[in-house]
Design a binder for this molecule. Sequence first.
Ligand code: SF4
Length: 408
Amino acid sequence: MNHNFPIKSMQEAVMREGCAVKLGLYIHIPFCRSKCSYCAFVSAAPRDDQEMDRYVNAVMTHIRASSNMARNRELSTIFFGGGTPSLIGGKRLALLLECIFETFSIADNVEITLEANPESATAELFQHLTPLGLNRVSLGVQSMHDEELKQLGRIHSVATVERAASAIREAGIPNVSMDLIFALPGQTVRRWEDTLQKILRLTPDHLSVYGLSFEEGTLFHRLNQKGRLEPVLDETYVRMYNRTRDLLTTYGFWHYEISNWSRPDRECRHNLIYWNQDEYLAFGAAAHGLFDGIRHAFISEKETYVRFHEQHQKQRDRLYFNPELLAEYKRLDVEEMASDVMIYGLRLIKGVSIDRFINRFGYSPRDRWQEAIDKFERQNLLEQKEEYLRLTPQALLISNEVLQYFLD
Ligand code: SF4
């Protein structure tokens, strides 16, 4: 079929690919036991069990009200993110999973991910979830040195990480990811490499490795503003990143996204939905979704989100996109969607498929961004390999400088 003609709406772009397009589902759990020094996410400690029960009930009410959203579509991924989803315990998470299964069609090979922190990743937690198909855990490790964990404001120790890793393996979870942070204030390249070596002994299938940034609203940002906490030198940052790439490649990991490495066939399929700008529904306070060409986010005020669902539990004409619950609702036009596909897709080491881009939008990236692409190719920051346009290795650490040119 020849799609090489302009299209007018986002719906048309979605329809061209039809039901074959993957559909994900994200649930946000906005609870954490305490606040880490570098964290700008929406999360707070739960007051008591009742607060967590009410939140889970509200999310289930929202899910049931949205059964019409994915007719004729199967969920290919389910992701519990936060916050600290493992904190609410196996019984509540199992209720949420059962509610999803009752409401939507589920693909046979669905990927179900739980973000967990070491102190709450226990055998008891997994007893509730592995029978329901939990098959991926993303463990927030961050460092394998106790004093660095303390500096980050984490409440776990290296010993807790090791216990959690054993519990996950004993539960038979086939895909285990671990999150790490490098470029901590005062950290040396050797110290960082030591964390990597120690984490590799725990045999993860996937690693997400991010450089520390000083986000506004965090303790680290305030200390930095007062001159009491300095980031590592740029040169140290680059050496740490390059060392990560070399070491993980040596150990058989595939570098598939700027900050993510996996064993063969262990990429995070849910995050690939984000990077490919496929569709995903979202549930919970502060959860973000993309569906039917509409980028949306729900309000971050937990109590308002919960009360709304408590008051509208019996109402039949409730909607997924309820105006009272939305903090953002933006119908993307085709040009905006095409920009997002470039900006997110170029984060993938493989790059953006030009064929798929043409199929979705009716023109090639070169038709719209010829000047920028030529310039970056001359500077050896972008290259085309077969049907993929991608960043070169030397562009990975300055990706934002390249990506901003695809904003419009
Ligand atoms: S556990 Fe994660 S989400 Fe919670 S405060 Fe720490 S970094 Fe933020």
